[in-house]
Design a protein around this ligand. Sequence first.
Ligand SMILES: O=C(O)c1ccccc1NCC(=O)[C@H](O)[C@H](O)COP(=O)(O)O
Length: 262
Amino acid sequence: MTILDKIVLKKRDEVSKARLRVPVSRLEEGELFQHACYSMRDFMLDTSRTGIIAEFKRASPSKGIINNRADVAKVTQEYAGAGASALSVLTDNEFFGGKKRDLVEARGANAIPLLRKDFMIDEYQVVEARALGADIILLIAAILTPAEIAKFARLAKSLGMNVLLEVHNREELDRSICEDLDAIGVNNRNLADFSVDIKHSYDLVEAIPGQFLKISESGISDVQTIRDLKSAGFNGFLIGENFMKQEDPGAAMADFVEQLKK
Ligand SMILES: O=C(O)c1ccccc1NCC(=O)[C@H](O)[C@H](O)COP(=O)(O)O
């Protein structure tokens, strides 16, 4: 069983319990459910920002604990202040040490697009993401059928949200594209064996249709990589560990952005 299989198995159990605890009707009554979602496209293409989607990531299956002291409101606010175009907050607890509450706190502290980073396998989680204050959901091609991707994306769009599809190779890209997507992310990390290679982004960039934002995800740790990815056609760069592993993630991102400006 791969780590993705384990994550999906656990998610199915979590979702069925969550649905009993908080039914969809209660999610829809929540205070944040009505918030006007920020446009991912507008923020990603705003040239006064960096294109960085800065991720709040306490731990991961590949690295174990990365930072279990950081405060989500403080760090995400500092990321936004340093020029992040969007924020990503992991809400998976079992494998990433995240909490649904983290998303709510990040929402309360920030006025830029917020991605719920989790493993979506059920429409319930899409509605829940909206209720927790997210503007963007992530759909991972490796764990979803094309029909599920189309259904979850349509639901997210009907709720006013943005949709980021994540692929790792050409086969996933070709079978997963549908009309209700805003962005396509190439994950440089192989989620089965954790190997990371930026080459995946370069291999796929030309194959991503022009109407979608192009995002490179994972393993980005130097400014030259961002410059190169930008030249290749990427609009966005998802960075987690490189900032979170520092004692002060917000300051680490601010330093990184200063270097990027040079
Ligand atoms: O990060 C992992 O170990 C991981 C393992 C299994 C499934 C997903 C995983 N990560 C999710 C991500 O895609 C990253 O958190 C994100 O792209 C940021 O990556 P990085 O900058 O390398 O922390």
